[in-house]
Design a protein around this ligand. Structure first.
Ligand SMILES: [Zn+2]
Length: 143
């Protein structure tokens, strides 16, 4: 094990490149746009109804002229939805199928200083339906 170059060669051209490839044009008609919602990481205020928003609340963020505007679940039409934590691919797929509304929940990570995908924000009955379908399915397959 020999290390010939302890210092990484600095390639300025490559280093400054953004993550996205240059030709990342949005397709004219995407089949299904997955909208993002955010779990607040600090107290905020709803831009729509001026309600105080607590940390952890699910909001929709819109980029205003100078700052991001947060909209509470009521103003953003997210009322009655529930978080389905990511991690179970089977249930996620089913819930996506059953839920009329489906948002991706992003949560701020202090560690990475970026937003991470936390799960889906979907209709509770879709989660229930997916769970019961999976339960029925696993009952059939005996291990
Ligand atoms: Zn509001």
């Amino acid at each position: 094990m020999t290390e010939e170059s302890p210092v990484k060669p600095v390639d300025t051209a490559a280093a400054e490149k953004p993550e996205k490839p240059a030709k990342a044009e949005k397709p004219a008609k995407a089949p299904k746009v997955e909208q993002l919602v955010y779990a607040l990481y600090r107290v905020s205020r709803c831009h729509g109804c001026d309600r105080k928003l607590e940390k952890g609340e699910i909001v929709k963020l819109e980029q205003g002229l100078e700052e991001q505007r947060a909209f509470c679940s009521k103003c953003a039409g997210l009322e009655g939805l529930e978080i389905l934590p990511s991690g179970n691919a089977k249930i996620t797929r089913l819930v996506k199928k059953y839920s009329q509304k489906c948002f991706i929940v992003m949560r701020w990570s202090e560690v990475w200083k970026t937003y991470e995908r936390q799960g889906l924000y979907v209709e509770p009955q879709a989660i229930a339906q997916a769970r019961s379908e999976l339960a029925a399915g696993s009952a059939k397959v005996s291990k």
